[in-house]
Design a protein around this ligand. Structure first.
Ligand code: S3P
Length: 171
């Protein structure tokens, strides 16, 4: 079954802390594809961190930039693309992904998301209040939308290789 989809970019979606980047890097290595992280690409294009960008220009400007960065990345050769947690929530980006890529939602529960994001301060959305409350609200708002992904994989507190294997089974 592997191979039938590899003419398309595999886009990893899901909330902050789900493991998109960590799993994506390993998945790419396993499949012999290149790995791209849309957050990193955004920061390179913007010339500053996402945190600084949020502080200077606000979230709406970040979303505009993120949309453009992902549109450009989707035009490149097929790869494994990890996206920022809000990317698939943007209707235009979601349509683009649905049309030309294979989307994989890495689903995780609240405890795991809190654990995986705690002690890390590069996520502006989590700095505005209690991270658990914020993540819980984002879960409510976003999980119905992530559910539109082509493939859904549950990530429990397991080594990233296990999640990679689950994804490979579905490809
Ligand atoms: C965001 C998630 C972040 C980053 C930005 C906004 C979100 O990416 O794009 O801070 O809206 O969920 P990660 O999901 O890679 O942390």
């Amino acid at each position: 079954r592997l191979g039938s989809h590899l003419d398309r970019t595999v886009v990893l979606v899901g909330l902050m802390g789900a493991g998109k980047s960590c799993v994506g890097r390993r998945l790419a290595a396993r499949l012999g594809l290149s790995f791209i992280d849309s957050d990193v690409e955004f920061e390179t294009a913007a010339g500053c961190s996402i945190s600084d960008y949020f502080a200077k220009h606000g979230e709406a400007a970040f979303r505009d930039g993120e949309r453009k960065v992902i549109a450009r990345l989707m035009e490149g050769t097929p790869c494994i693309l990890a996206t920022g947690g809000g990317a698939f929530i943007d209707p235009e980006t979601r349509d683009r992904i649905k049309q030309s890529a294979l989307s994989v939602w890495i689903r995780a529960d609240l405890d795991l998301l809190v654990k995986r994001t705690s002690g890390r301060d590069h996520r502006p959305l989590l700095k505005t209040g209690d991270p658990r409350e914020i993540l819980s609200r984002l879960m409510e708002a976003r999980y119905p939308i992530y559910a539109e992904a082509d493939i859904i994989v549950d990530s429990t507190d397991e080594p990233p290789e296990v999640t990679v294997a689950k994804i490979c089974q579905e490809l």
